[in-house]
Design a protein around this ligand. Structure first.
Ligand SMILES: [Zn+2]
Length: 256
């Protein structure tokens, strides 16, 4: 029953993404993907409420795109058998009540998000954001990872690789370790990545990021990466960075 649910989910996601022949190819992967020890996927839609985050030239607000993609990830991951927790599932911030002043509210909001990761020590923390840069030609997904858990880098690499393979073949960006300005990634102790899905400052990419089909493709690739990450131990994944084993090659053949 569970296996069927996973297959239905992946097939539905594939159909949504316009896949051909996807169902047959993913069957052997999905059947092994979920174990009884599947961790909680903690999905952090960046910003929210008073904190809009970055803004595109056309008025697109980061918090909205973050939430839309996070909700898609939540739906796909839930259908795949993950227990999911969303830091926010509506346009709101999560600071403690009674805090006043924008800066204080922002600090409290981040601390509340960190507290949530502490409640789920077996979680994978997945933070969804959009980028912004003065140079409007910059584009492309880039994944950042926390320094405190060795598997964070491995998950980041898997997401970056899948997005480039399937969605952005011209993307030359590499994963980056989070610096002090990325509070949640540097503070949490669970495997943690932040996906900067794209640049709202790039008009073309901003339009894409608002499109449901593109959001779905990106969300599916992120969940697929988590599935792959979950089913391979850290050592195996590191080896696959260079010489990919047969199973990884098979996974990378999945096109959406
Ligand atoms: Zn952001």
């Amino acid at each position: 029953m569970k296996r069927m649910t996973i297959l239905c989910c992946l097939a539905a996601a594939a159909v949504a993404c316009g896949a051909v022949g996807f169902f047959h190819r993913i069957e052997s992967v999905a059947a092994e993907a979920i174990s009884p020890l599947t961790p909680v996927l903690l999905i952090d839609a960046g910003h929210g409420g008073f904190d809009g985050g970055a803004q595109g030239a056309d008025g697109t607000v980061e918090k909205t795109v973050n939430l839309e993609i996070s909700q898609r990830i939540n739906r796909i991951a839930s259908l795949c058998g993950f227990q999911t927790v969303m830091v926010r599932d509506s346009d709101r911030s999560v600071e403690e009540e009674g805090i006043t002043g924008l800066r204080n509210r922002k600090v409290s909001d981040l601390h509340q998000r960190l507290k949530l990761t502490e409640q789920y020590p077996q979680a994978i923390f997945l933070s969804i954001h959009q980028n912004h840069f003065p140079d409007e030609t910059q584009w492309g997904t880039q994944v950042f990872y926390g320094p405190n858990h060795p598997q964070s880098r491995i998950l980041a690499q898997q997401i970056q690789k899948n997005v480039i393979e399937c969605l952005q073949p011209e993307n030359r960006r590499a994963i980056k370790e989070a610096q002090d300005n990325l509070f949640l990634l540097t503070q949490t102790t669970v495997p943690a990545v932040m996906v900067e899905c794209g640049f709202l400052s790039n008009q073309e990419e901003c339009k894409q990021l608002c499109q449901p089909d593109y959001q779905q493709q990106l969300s599916f690739l992120i969940v697929r990466s988590v599935l792959e990450f979950h089913k391979q131990d850290a050592e195996g994944m590191e080896q696959s960075d260079g010489a990919q084993d047969e199973k990884t090659v098979r996974l990378l053949q999945l096109r959406i």
